[in-house]
Design a protein around this ligand. Structure first.
Ligand SMILES: Nc1nc2c(ncn2[C@@H]2O[C@H](COP(=O)(O)OP(=O)(O)OP(=O)(O)O)[C@@H](O)[C@H]2O)c(=O)[nH]1
Ligand SMILES: [Mg+2]
Length: 241
């Protein structure tokens, strides 16, 4: 005799999970679409003090930070993306929140490691960024954008060292492997496992703007970071069909 199940009252676990994840993704994408330019500043002390969670996008120049913000917010030109490295030169803040009530902020930071930048400017920028990452009080999470074709560079490692104490105190941390459309399946799998080792307990996701790989997944993570006590998408009750 085989075990009996009642398919009419209990949907299969996989279907329930998929439906819940889909609805979580939709909620998160709707929230991200509310993004509006808030302010820009050349240094930390020009930024307004805020009491909503802030999520910063960091990484090498040209890694795809601005493109990722535009893709997540479903807005073509919210953040300046460009083929020319070094396009983002200020700390740019974007507010998020439904019905005009700001409940989080995304930060687009200039990239590092661009060879053509004069040495003095590089040093100045590294100090601005380290200062931001160490001192920004409402900083809730960091998204480190990394082009897996280059892997994590020495400067990425320096950044990891800078934020480690805050990550140990609960700062959220996600490595996004960008431009996944440029990788074969085998290369993607390899890049994921290497990054997981390097991320020191942080999350890792593959991402592609043109193919939309990982978009809803990353969106849902950010929503959860910004709403730790609310009815988060991940915490939504399973939908009964
Ligand atoms: N194929 C592909 N290209 C991408 C992707 N994301 C970004 N790019 C391209 O990479 C280049 C750099 O993108 P940006 O978003 O400006 O990079 P950034 O990290 O903001 O660069 P900086 O502001 O210089 O630090 C642009 O030509 C983008 O079109 C992706 O997922 N796939
Ligand atoms: Mg940029």
């Amino acid at each position: 005799m085989t075990a009996t199940t009642n398919p009419t009252s209990e949907p299969p676990p996989q279907a329930t999970t998929t439906a819940g994840a889909k609805s979580a993704g939709v909620t998160a994408m709707g929230w991200l679409h509310t993004a509006k330019f808030l302010t820009t500043a050349p240094q930390l002390h020009f930024l307004p003090a805020l009491d909503v969670p802030e999520i910063a996008f960091v990484g090498r120049s040209n890694a795809g930070k601005s493109t990722c913000i535009n893709t997540l917010t479903q807005q073509k030109q919210l953040a300046f993306a460009s083929k020319r490295p070094g396009r983002t030169q200020h700390i740019n803040l974007f507010s998020l929140g439904k019905q005009g009530v700001m409940d989080a902020v995304l930060t687009d930071l200039p990239g590092y490691g661009y060879a053509a930048v004069p040495k003095q400017d590089k040093i100045r920028w590294q100090q601005v960024m380290a200062n931001y990452l160490v001192s920004r009080e409402n900083l809730k999470g960091i998204v480190l954008m990394c082009d897996p074709r280059h892997g994590m560079t020495e400067l990425d490692e320096v950044l990891l060292d800078v934020i480690r104490p805050r990550v140990e105190e609960g700062l959220k941390f996600l490595v996004v492997l960008t431009k996944a459309d440029k990788l074969t399946r085998a290369e993607s799998t390899k890049a994921l496992s290497i990054a997981k080792l390097q991320a020191g307990g942080g999350e890792v996701r593959l991402f592609s703007a043109p193919k939309r790989t990982g978009v809803e997944d990353v969106a849902t993570l950010l929503w959860d970071w910004a709403h730790p006590n609310g009815a988060t998408p991940a915490a939504l009750p399973a939908q009964v069909p």
